[in-house]
Design a protein around this ligand. Structure first.
Ligand code: SAM
Ligand code: SF4
Length: 352
């Protein structure tokens, strides 16, 4: 099945860029500058988190549809060396399923401008690959962990792999991929009671925990705002067990609001993408595994780089397309507006 059959909108941008300032940087019409590139390396995954995809998985992109190693490396080089990107995060799908992950990270870390590199992973297989990733130049990891209960893990991810994730986290710490951050999504009636346990576990092991509000990016389109556990509810649960005070450290463009736990130094973050959006400070640009540029997780439009690249476009043309996509970036995700439409590309094919 092709991306089109998957329902991915191949709606191309046509945007008047005549008012765009003459700068190589990825500026938009609202004064933001994108310096943080999220690269989805693959749409496939070895888990089936219920808030992300259906039990049977998805019609994965075919090999020929995915950018190959050289294409990935070329676009990352252009972003870093020509467009002012200073941080590159690799994600998916599950990025550790990509055979050339170490090679791509190595090429990125070796760029003259030396961007910061990080990986968002479910942690399975991280134990096995952590050493090679560090040798290639990886700086940090975010590992997704929603529960410490084996039965709940199996229900939520539809796989019995909790021990592998915990081993992956331990390896990340051992290999100093720090700060090791843990991402957790709470689901009503499933793991919502574990907020406190997850925080205690992360503090004990030296991981930084961040809760993420569940977003309307599941492939099944089953997200229901009235069922979502809000940031306020998460904080209420945590406050029942810990003393939380605002962390005054500069938040900048970081999506997480941070709290000191019991006076610090331990912290906990809450990413309230739905109830307290941080779009005004967004500094992200996104590249999907099939070579589509997106200016936002919630975009319904994309700019194709794969087609022009395979048709022989030179760097100048790809730079122009990238700048145009970012110039067209919307002010916000508009989830509260009556016109909001969930993008047809699911989170696993965008890169979270
Ligand atoms: N497979 C890797 C992982 O799970 O970390 C990387 C890709 S995953 C799409 C990236 C992050 O998105 C994970 O932390 C996951 O929990 C989160 N995520 C996936 N679907 C989500 C949704 N509908 N709402 C909020 N977060 C979601
Ligand atoms: Fe896979 Fe990550 Fe989606 Fe879970 S959230 S199914 S680990 S891509």
């Amino acid at each position: 099945m092709t991306a089109v059959e998957l329902g991915i909108p191949f709606v191309r941008r046509t945007m008047d860029t005549s008012a765009r300032p003459d700068t190589p940087q990825l500026v938009d019409r609202f004064g933001r500058i994108a310096t943080d590139l999220r690269v989805s390396l693959i749409d496939k995954c070895n888990l089936r988190c219920t808030y992300c995809m259906p039990a049977e998985g998805l019609p994965w992109l075919k090999r020929a549809e995915l950018l190959d190693t050289a294409e990935m490396n070329r676009l990352i080089r252009i972003a870093v060396e020509e467009l002012g990107v200073t941080a590159v995060r690799f994600t998916g799908g599950e990025p550790l399923l990509r055979q050339d992950l170490v090679e791509i990270i190595g090429a990125t870390a070796a760029l003259p401008s030396r961007p910061k590199t990080s990986l968002t992973t479910n942690g399975i297989n991280l134990g096995e690959h952590a050493e090679a990733l560090v040798s290639a130049g990886l700086n940090r990891v975010n590992v997704s962990l929603d529960t410490l209960d084996r039965a709940v893990f199996k229900e939520l991810t539809r796989r019995d792999r909790l021990d592998d994730v915990l081993a992956g986290l331990a390896a990340a710490k051992r290999m100093r991929l720090e700060p090791v951050k843990v991402n957790a999504v709470l689901m009503r009636g499933i793991n919502e009671h574990e907020a406190g346990d997850l925080l205690r576990y992360c503090i004990e092991h030296g991981y930084q925990l961040r809760f993420i509000e569940q977003m309307p990016l599941d492939a099944q389109h089953e997200w229901d705002r009235s069922q979502m556990i809000t940031a306020e509810e998460i904080l209420e649960r945590l406050r029942a067990e810990f003393d939380l005070s605002p962390d005054v450290a500069e938040r900048g463009s970081a999506p997480a609001e941070r709290w000191l736990v019991d006076g610090g130094p331990a912290t906990v973050g809450v990413i309230a993408s739905v109830t307290r959006p941080f779009c005004a400070a967004c500094d992200r640009t996104r590249l999907t595994a099939d070579g589509q540029l997106r200016s936002c997780l919630f975009s319904t439009m994309e700019t194709d780089l794969r087609g022009p690249m395979r048709a022989g476009a030179d760097d100048a043309e790809l730079i122009r397309l990238w700048q145009g996509e970012m110039w067209a970036k919307a002010a916000g995700h508009g989830m509260d507006s009556g016109e909001f439409a969930q993008p047809s590309r699911p989170m696993s094919a965008i890169g979270g």
